[in-house]
Design a protein around this ligand. Structure first.
Ligand SMILES: *Cc1c(COP(=O)(O)O)cnc(C)c1O
Length: 393
């Protein structure tokens, strides 16, 4: 595929070689392994002297097609796809860090990433310092002689904090650290961390990349030498993506650009209207001028993303009532779907934490996270407005 084509076109046009049937759409390669006509070609494949597929834990045509498209979109040299976003994040750390190494991580990261970094990495002698967004002096102070990697998420889930990628890229370069960025919320259509010096980009493909709430998936793309290590780690430890999920996700990438435009347009309109709702204390969205990192978001993102947060007046009770009053929006533990989704962390995912614990991870009592779907925006806003009215205390 010509690399002169725009990445969006490449995400539509990249296709593995056709079979004799000359199919237009890529078929599904449900096979665990691949055969060899001669011992010699099998030897060459195992010796890395050919690109022949061997076994679907290592590579598979559907997975390759998905990865090639992701590399085109992110502007990356190489990539590897995994079963979930978490296995992509896990592999990007465990393949490259060893006992005695240190990691710097932004303090508001996805919940499972937080648990992995604070609970599991230390069991293997890998320590981490969590640093708040925007506190540049704290980032500098966190660097140790054994620091190897910086891990960031921007915008963060669910607080929608935005980290300065340009500053982070320069910081990583200055200290010779691997910069690893979770680009799940923005997708490569809105922001390309590699342009700012990221060495690795990880994704939960489960979210906007699938975009239709069907499959789990993850992917790591970036510098070829680092991806090679991650590939070898995964090839031997087994978190590979299934061919079926790759087939679904490769098709999804053909519509990612048009979907993201509509998701972002809907989210911005919702943010603008809901910030004036009398039952809402505040709305947070990267492209609202009231967002604390609005200038940074405008600098590094093409659009503001599909997720917005609002603080409902009345705390936990109002939040619970809000979920119960929704007539159309889905109440579910996912985001990045054609269908709009609402969640209230304080009464659901984070209900076991004390208020102080919740606040320390940025979850206020009335925080509602909304993933803007592709429905007509007036219908989404009307449902949210009626639920807000019913939940007013
Ligand atoms: C959902 C999510 C993940 C984890 O992805 P899974 O596919 O659920 O394993 C990681 N990072 C972010 C920002 C997410 O939203």
């Amino acid at each position: 595929m010509s690399s002169k084509l725009d990445p969006v076109t490449q995400a539509i046009r990249i296709q593995i070689p056709k079979t004799q049937q000359q199919e237009h759409s890529t078929p599904l390669y449900i096979t665990s392994s691949f055969t060899f006509d001669e011992a010699e070609s099998m030897r060459a494949a195992f010796a890395d002297e050919s690109d022949d597929n061997i076994y679907s834990r290592f590579s598979n045509p559907n997975v390759d097609e998905f990865v090639d498209k992701m590399c085109a979109l992110e502007g990356a040299e190489a990539g590897f796809a995994t079963s979930t976003g978490m296995s992509a994040i896990f592999s990007s750390m465990f393949a490259l860090l060893k006992q005695g190494d240190h990691l710097i991580c932004c303090s508001s990261v996805f919940g499972s990433t937080f648990t992995m970094v604070t609970k599991y990495l230390p069991r293997f002698g890998i320590t981490a310092t969590l640093v708040p967004v925007g506190d540049n002096a704290a980032w500098e102070a966190a660097v140790q002689p054994n620091t190897k990697m910086i891990y960031l998420e921007t915008p963060t889930n669910p607080q929608l904090e935005v980290l300065d990628l340009e500053w982070s890229g320069q910081f990583a370069k200055k200290h010779n650290l691997i910069l690893n960025v979770d680009n799940c919320f923005a997708t490569p259509l809105l922001q390309k961390p590699i342009d700012y010096g990221a060495d690795l980009v990880v994704h939960s493909a489960t979210k906007w990349i699938d975009g239709q709430g069907r499959v789990l998936g993850g992917v790591v793309v970036g510098r070829a030498d680092l991806v090679k290590e991650i590939y070898l780690f995964c090839r031997n430890t087994g978190p590979s993506m299934s061919p079926f999920n790759a087939w679904v996700l490769s098709k999804s990438l053909e519509t990612l650009d048009v979907r993201m435009q509509r998701h972002c347009e809907n989210a911005l309109k919702m943010a603008e209207i809901l910030q004036n709702n009398p039952n809402v204390a505040w709305v947070k969205y990267p492209f609202l001028p009231t967002h604390p990192q609005y200038e940074i978001a405008k600098k590094q993102m093409k659009l503001g993303g599909g997720v917005l947060c609002l603080e409902i007046k009345g705390g936990i009770e109002a939040g619970r009532k809000f979920l119960d009053s929704l007539e159309m929006l889905s109440v579910t533990a996912n985001l990045g779907d054609t269908r709009s989704i609402a969640s209230h962390p304080a009464s659901t995912t984070h209900s076991r934490l004390t208020e102080a614990e919740r606040l320390s991870v940025g979850i206020t009592s009335g925080l509602i996270r909304i993933s803007a779907g592709l429905e007509k925006v007036d219908d989404i806003i009307a449902d949210i407005a009626q639920a807000l009215e019913k939940s007013a205390l």
